[in-house]
Design a protein around this ligand. Sequence first.
Ligand SMILES: [Zn+2]
Length: 169
Amino acid sequence: MSDISIPVPERFLNKAYLDVIHTQESEQCCVFAASALKDMQSIAERGYPDEICGLLVGAANTDGWQVVDVRQVTNINEERAADRFQLDPAGYQSVDSELRGSGKEIIGVFHSHPDCPAKPSPTDLTSAWEGFVYPIVSVVQGSVAEVHCWVLTDDAQMGGKFQKLPHHT
Ligand SMILES: [Zn+2]
């Protein structure tokens, strides 16, 4: 983590952006294996200034989520805007098949926000699934500035919003 101040583009202050975030934090928690958190941050820094994305591998239960590993997956969005990403479906399928029978599963999707806060955008909301964890890694000038994890309060089609999910290693 660095002490670099995080730029806040105008759109992050718009109602549309503020509306995707629930005011209360989740009472659940996301626990990362130290190596998984480090790998996720390295992937985000290596990809800078492009937006990267990948999958969280681990297990979920009623207390929350345990991340044991992360896998980078190609971002097939060619515009590479700071609030857009699209996971390569083939990459998803390949990790999913590999995990079959391992007792581990895909439990979330991470992506980076180059030179932007680690807050979800309206676009992030439209592609999010209930039950998945969505870490966002803010990378400023090539270094990780902050990481926040997000979960949906409800299905996005049902008016669900992102709730900040505390995380630790
Ligand atoms: Zn985003």
